[in-house]
Design a protein around this ligand. Structure first.
Ligand code: AMP
Length: 280
């Protein structure tokens, strides 16, 4: 496995691989890798001849400077993990390498980003769109792999690819969970022992919500059930719970069991922001 720190070298490697006719799969990450990331690498390995992973804590997607400062950075351990699953190349640029100047460009993803993560993290998806565009240009993959844990991000990236004619396929991959249901996340390691024990309540609330919605078809009642659930656990600060139509990515007021639906939530626990969703 080769680790690349500079754009120039990445472009040279990419060109050589393309000249050899190799298919390239790409997994963009911010590091502090866990099994969820490794599953994306494994999917890419199955479908492509060469797999690239990028590790870059992208400053332009953090609207909270404290979150950026506290984001775990574990490059050596990450590279060891990536080697175990047979990743071929790691691109790990410094912030100045990616941004010799801060971009003046700003993306607005319209209705997709007026809700949930977009609403509570202003500018976040613009930053995601910019860094992912830069990385797509550098790596030029045929396929890029994203986790369904960040469901709204998948919708944003699909739209980015469509609007800007990126010649690649976006492959969404299932959320990988701990045995107690907690969605794996780099931020989980900031939880105390007590917080870690409580954290599975996020997914438990989504499972409960799915059950209530399927039985009653009542969107309002379902959201209230989640709110009430967290009244039992005062350590959580529920930021939002929304029920959306999977295809249009719009919030729904009435549930149609024929349509694919997602219940999405963000929750603070010990100052750590946990997001999760359930799709059915
Ligand atoms: P991040 O490093 O958090 O920016 O995540 C990099 C990629 O890994 C994104 O596409 C995430 O959606 C994906 N990812 C993060 N956590 C998980 C998980 N638990 N299961 C599947 N994919 C994940």
């Amino acid at each position: 496995m080769k680790i690349i720190y500079h754009k120039k070298e990445l472009i040279e490697v990419q060109k050589a691989l393309t000249n050899q006719g190799k298919t390239i799969g790409f997994v963009p990450t911010m590091g502090a890798l866990h099994q969820g990331h490794l599953e994306l690498i494994k999917c890419s390995k199955q479908e492509n001849e060469v797999t690239f992973c990028s590790i870059f804590v992208n400053p332009t997607q953090f609207n909270n400077p404290d979150d950026l400062k506290k984001y775990p950075r574990t490059l050596d351990a990450d590279c060891k993990l990536l080697a175990t699953v047979g990743c071929d190349y790691v691109f790990a640029p410094a912030a100045e390498e990616m941004y010799d100047e801060l971009p003046v460009l700003f993306f607005d993803f319209g209705h997709i980003e007026k809700i949930m993560e977009g609403k509570f993290r202003p500018g976040h998806f613009s930053g995601v769109g910019i860094v992912v565009s830069k990385l797509f240009h550098l790596v030029s993959p045929q396929k890029a792999y994203f986790g369904m844990k960040d469901l709204q991000q998948v919708a944003v990236i699909k739209r980015l690819v469509k609007d800007l004619n990126f010649d690649l396929q976006i492959i969404p991959c299932e959320t990988v969970r701990e045995t107690d249901g907690l969605a794996m996340s780099s931020r989980n390691r900031r939880l105390s022992e007590k917080g870690r024990k409580l954290a599975p309540q996020v997914y438990a609330s989504l499972q409960l919500a799915k059950e209530v919605l399927s039985k009653t078809l009542n969107v309002q009642l379902t959201k209230e059930t989640v709110n009430k659930h967290f009244e039992l656990f005062p350590d959580f600060k529920l930021e939002y719970v929304e029920i959306i139509d999977f295809e249009s990515f719009k919030i729904i007021e009435t549930y149609d069991p024929q349509r694919i639906t997602a219940i999405c939530t963000a929750n603070f626990l010990e100052g750590v922001r946990l997001i999760d969703n359930i799709v059915f």
